[in-house]
Design a protein around this ligand. Structure first.
Ligand SMILES: [Zn+2]
Length: 217
């Protein structure tokens, strides 16, 4: 093991000592760091083994806003200046690389006009294994990013909310989101994107509405 890695491991240990004393925070073995890691809030934060939180510039910020919230960072993930905010749950898979992006499972203010000054509802975010998310990317509530995806700089990954009433049966159903097949689409400007196949399903009649969300590749 080279001296830089040894130093990063030592620093990763020393700079997270205050967090290690807290029962709601669990840090697996061999964390690498340089003091640019801030964990705050009443919820739980779990780092699996071999996470690299050494940040070149920006601070990694992991923020929970409710006691029942969980931020889970998979084995051997690389956090390089990301911000993660959870009211319910954000999962970052093994081997992921997160640049200075923002990942959040709820919006700070509600999209509903009547409820503007309250936080939006929480919808868990799942980033599957081996995903790379570049800088200035926002990953918004309810998003699942599939294994091995690359989301380039300044992109945005979001889902549309379920429609209030079903076109088919005219009820106001409970909507459920299910996974469908992914589609590869070429945009007018020549970029290829993966359109992740997810659909809202009316729990009353089974009518399906596509959830459009795109990941730049
Ligand atoms: Zn329906």
């Amino acid at each position: 093991m080279d001296w830089k890695r040894t130093a990063a491991r030592g620093l990763g240990w020393v700079t997270t000592l205050p967090y290690r004393a807290q029962t709601r925070i669990s840090i697996g073995p061999r964390l690498l760091g340089n003091g640019r890691l801030r964990i705050s809030g009443p919820g739980r934060v779990v780092f699996e083994a071999d996470v690299n939180a050494w940040s070149h510039a920006e601070v990694n910020r992991l923020i929970t806003t409710r006691p029942e919230a969980l931020i889970h960072i998979g084995r051997h993930a690389r956090l390089n200046g990301c911000t993660i905010i959870a009211a319910e749950r954000v999962d970052v898979g093994a081997d992921c690389v997160l640049g200075s992006c923002e990942v959040r499972d709820h919006l700070p203010y509600s999209e509903s006009p009547a409820d503007r000054r309250h936080p939006g509802p929480a919808q868990p975010v799942v980033i599957e294994d081996n995903v790379w998310i570049g800088g200035q990317v926002s990953v918004l509530p309810g998003v699942r990013i599939g294994r091995d995806t690359v989301v380039g700089i300044s992109g945005s990954v979001k889902t549309n909310p379920p429609p209030p009433t079903c076109d088919q049966c005219k009820h106001m159903p409970r909507w459920e989101r299910i996974n469908g097949p992914d589609q590869s689409v070429r945009l007018e400007d020549g970029r290829d994107v993966i359109r992740r196949g997810q659909v809202w399903v009316c729990t009353h009649c089974g009518h399906q509405v596509p959830v459009s969300f795109e990941a730049w590749t």
